[in-house]
Design a protein around this ligand. Structure first.
Ligand code: GLA
Length: 405
């Protein structure tokens, strides 16, 4: 009797404390909400330096971004300086003279988290030392530095899905055994349909497309623009769950055609309306939000886009759902997302190249009854009823929060 009581008591304690769970089973902050932060790649390419990264961490706090949920400083490719005589991966001593641990301490001191990058082959996409066959050793190194997130790329690796699954699982397992909670981002660009398997091998986010370029859409030069990624990701809503997110790649607001990775393949820049559309749909689709502009120097238009709490709330909503595409034709993409408190977020995107008038009867997209309509970009209620009438500029997205009345 006593023993049984002790056993039940211990069991209860286990349940309450989460003791006995593996790290991946725990609901980490990352797994509950799409991660938000700033990534080095589009602004710096591989020309990174700890001084700049520290300044970005400062800016994340000073700009008000961190208070809105932006939390990660993601170091992308180019940080590596090879391996030492014990095969430990080391940072480039010129780019990181104080070492990554010191940088992690700095970033943590600001209440932020640090992400790093590697690849499931011998070399990364930009040709730096990667982690194949050193998974356990590298995961332990990352843990010892205080890393919180690993973006794991797939350049120079075999094309088949079976190998990809094995290689991603190997690194996810290594991270789990590293002694630190390190979130895992799968980056194989969608070719092997990672939305179907990345979660089961230990991924918490997975890129669904090739790299975003700083352009509205592909016009024949190849590569993905904002609209191309929206179209590709729209079909994947059923795969996004709390803890497993479709990653639509970096936000490009504020880049304005800067040369560098996002400037390749015709990436000559977008208008602020187009950047606002990107933010709108990335939030509707519960994508990670990795800004990639110079957050130390943002103009008002970029701040308005990246620091809009109302749209961020839709991204981070506790429902953990990706929006559903209700209408797609030559002119319109209409999406709805059911939010945890019963409200609906509604996005109306004019994909055509001219200003358009639209009348949307909510009933037609499954929203019955009457709603209070709040414009998430204008930050005000614009009325109530069963429909919306109005103009949408070329490439603009209106986002409304509908509360049933
Ligand atoms: C790939 C990834 C990019 C970036 C570069 C770095 O292209 O998809 O996001 O990480 O590699 O080399």
């Amino acid at each position: 009797m006593n023993n049984r009581f002790t056993l039940s008591f211990l069991l209860l304690l286990n349940i309450i404390s989460g003791f006995g769970q593996t790290t991946s089973e725990k609901n980490t902050p990352l797994s509950k909400h799409p991660p938000m932060g700033w990534m080095t790649w589009n602004y710096f390419g591989d020309n990174i330096h700890e001084k700049d990264i520290k300044q970005m961490a400062d800016a994340m706090v000073e700009s008000g971004m961190s208070a809105l949920g932006y939390q990660y400083i993601f170091i992308d490719d180019g940080w590596q300086g090879g391996r030492d005589n014990k095969n430990n991966i080391i940072p480039d001593p010129e780019k990181f003279p104080s070492g990554i641990k010191a940088l992690a301490d700095y970033v943590h001191g600001k209440g932020l988290k640090l992400g790093i990058y590697s690849d499931a082959a011998q070399l990364t996409c930009a040709g730096y030392t990667a982690s194949l066959n050193f998974e356990n050793q590298d995961a332990k190194t990352f843990a010892s530095w205080g890393i919180d997130y690993l973006k794991y790329d797939y350049c120079n690796a075999p094309a088949d899905s079976a190998t990809a699954k094995i290689r991603y699982k190997r690194m996810a397992d290594a991270l789990r055994q590293s002694g630190r909670d390190i979130a895992f981002g799968v980056c194989e660009w969608g070719g092997r349909h990672p939305w179907k398997w990345a979660s089961s091998v230990g991924g918490q986010v997975w890129r669904t497309t090739g790299d975003i370029r700083d352009k509205w859409k592909d016009t024949g030069t190849g590569g993905y623009g904002i609209l191309d990624i929206i179209d590709a990701n729209a079909e994947l809503d059923k795969y996004a769950v709390s803890g497993g997110w479709n990653d639509m790649d970096m936000l490009i607001a504020g880049l304005y055609g800067k040369k560098g990775p996002s400037g390749d393949l015709g990436g000559t820049g977008c208008s602020d309306i187009e950047y606002q559309t990107q933010m709108s749909i990335w939030c509707m689709m519960s994508s990670p939000l990795a800004t990639s502009n110079d957050i130390r120097n943002m103009n008002d238009a970029t701040k308005r886009i990246l620091l809009n709490k109302e749209i961020i709330d839709i991204n981070q909503d506790a429902s953990g759902k990706q929006c559903q595409q209700k209408i797609k034709d030559k002119v319109w993409n209409i999406f709805t997302k059911e939010l945890a408190n019963g409200d609906y977020a509604l996005a109306i995107l004019n994909r055509s190249d001219t200003i358009q008038n639209f009348k949307l009867v909510f009933d037609k997209i499954g929203l019955t009854g009457k709603y209070e309509i709040r414009d998430v970009w204008e930050h005000k209620s614009i009325g109530h009823g069963k429909k919306w009438n109005g103009q949408v500029k070329k490439h603009e997205t209106k986002v409304f929060r509908l509360r049933k009345i």
